[in-house]
Design a binder for this molecule. Structure first.
Ligand SMILES: Cc1ncc(COP(=O)(O)O)c(C=O)c1O
Length: 404
């Protein structure tokens, strides 16, 4: 969509930034319809490809951050002094309140460890809780750093395939238990799951916990997508809330980065209730992770404290995109998408398309997706639908030329 045709481009920056919310109600548009040109901004997502390709791969959204976050960041810039920062007391309070309210999890301030990213947290957990040569287990397909970080640390990677039960991907407990060896020390869980979009139920998590507890396995539960629930009938269950025992053998990875589109700011949080595990994790982290910036902390604070309205509207928009994608993709030849419970990452089965090298073919048609093989499952593609509806419609038009 060109800027001349876009209502938001006609607004003054102040209006579009702070009061654009008023416009959609009478124009039946959403703030998330606003096209923002991300090309030539050194965007990891957009500047990977030439102009002809619409990128729908890496997990960041094409949406401007919520106005309260932009205001908070402006304040930091205007202050203009960029020395070392500490975590604001209010951010601790806001996180404690948020986790209690949204996830029924009562945590203590000293359980929180802040750091600049959750991929580093995966690497640190692997190093803190296993020795070289010991084994780390995960279920596949999975967000690829789960596997890469394990292998980079010279640990044995134990991969157990997820199981398709009806139309839902779930854990295969028999296969998990069968694959465990005395070497298995850590389980990397992704919940909600990237890329299959499953939110594991309390019963499923309890069954996994019973296995891990029986075999003395620590659980690293990456819950970065926990506030991106698309299915209103479902409630995210934090692994650590299963029982005091589950809290004692686990660490929970959280961040405002996916929900509020702040990935580039580097503000993440690991919650570790067990003192010994927390001490080990902190020791692994010491000296390797830079301090967080005022931008990171202030953005996180504004997001968690003042971002609820924006977040609710985001979820509505993402559901609309999800439903459009689901309906349209499933009309394409040899293509199957299953409804997601959470995340904005569609996991699309192209095994019946009869085509090889599908990601390359799509790229030639002007659509940049992730090939499923990087997540450990060839025959699938991952498509990020956190883009404007207009971009998604264009992506779907281009996809039809490949799957026709
Ligand atoms: C499950 C999961 N964990 C971690 C990350 C990335 O975390 P960070 O950007 O904080 O390193 C992602 C990004 O997509 C993810 O999907």
């Amino acid at each position: 969509m060109s800027c001349e045709n876009n209502f938001f481009c006609l607004l003054t920056p102040e209006y579009s930034l702070l009061t654009a919310r008023a416009a959609p109600s009478f124009l039946n548009m959403s703030i998330f319809d606003k096209e923002i040109n991300r090309r030539n901004t050194n965007s990891y997502k957009w500047d990977k490809y030439p102009e002809e390709v619409l990128p729908v791969w890496v997990a960041d959204m094409d949406f401007q951050a919520a106005p309260p976050i932009l205001e908070a960041l402006n304040k930091v810039t205007q202050h203009g002094v960029f020395g070392y920062s500490r975590c604001p007391d209010e951010l601790y309070e806001v996180v404690i309140h948020r986790l209690a309210l949204r996830h029924h999890w009562e945590i203590e301030k000293n359980w929180m460890v802040w750091l600049g990213g959750l991929v580093p947290a995966l690497g640190l957990a692997i190093r803190a809780f296993t020795q070289v040569g010991e084994a780390v287990m995960t279920v596949t397909p999975v967000y690829h750093p789960f596997m890469i970080e394990t292998e980079m640390a010279d640990r044995e990677l134990q991969k157990v395939p997820l199981r398709l039960e009806g139309e839902r991907w779930t854990l295969d407990f028999e296969a998990i238990e069968a694959a465990i060896t005395p070497n298995t020390k850590l389980f990397l869980l992704c919940n909600p799951h990237n890329p299959v979009g499953t939110m594991f139920t309390r019963e499923e998590l309890q069954q996994l916990h019973d296995i891990c507890q029986r075999h003395d396995i620590i659980v690293c539960s990456d819950e970065i997508h926990c506030d991106l629930v698309l299915d209103d009938t479902k409630q995210h269950i934090t692994y650590a809330t299963l029982s005091p025992e589950a809290a004692q053998i686990s660490l929970t990875l959280l961040a405002p980065s996916k929900t509020f589109n702040l990935a580039g700011l580097g503000c993440s949080l690991v919650v570790i209730p067990n003192d010994k595990l927390r001490a080990k994790f902190s020791r692994a982290k010491a000296g390797l992770m830079p301090m967080l910036s005022a931008y990171a902390y202030e953005a996180a604070l504004a997001a968690y404290r003042d971002g609820a309205e924006w977040h609710a509207e985001l979820l509505g928009y993402l559901k609309g995109n999800h439903d459009l994608l689901l309906k349209t993709v499933n009309q394409m030849k040899g293509v199957k998408m299953r409804s997601l419970e959470a995340t904005y990452l569609a996991w699309i089965d192209i095994r019946d398309s009869g085509l090889t090298d599908v990601a390359r073919r799509l790229e030639e048609a002007g659509v940049g997706v992730n090939d499923g093989s990087i997540f450990g499952q060839p025959g699938f593609i991952r498509l990020n639908f956190a883009c404007t509806r207009a971009t998604l419609e264009e992506v779907l038009k281009r996809m039809k030329t490949v799957f026709s």
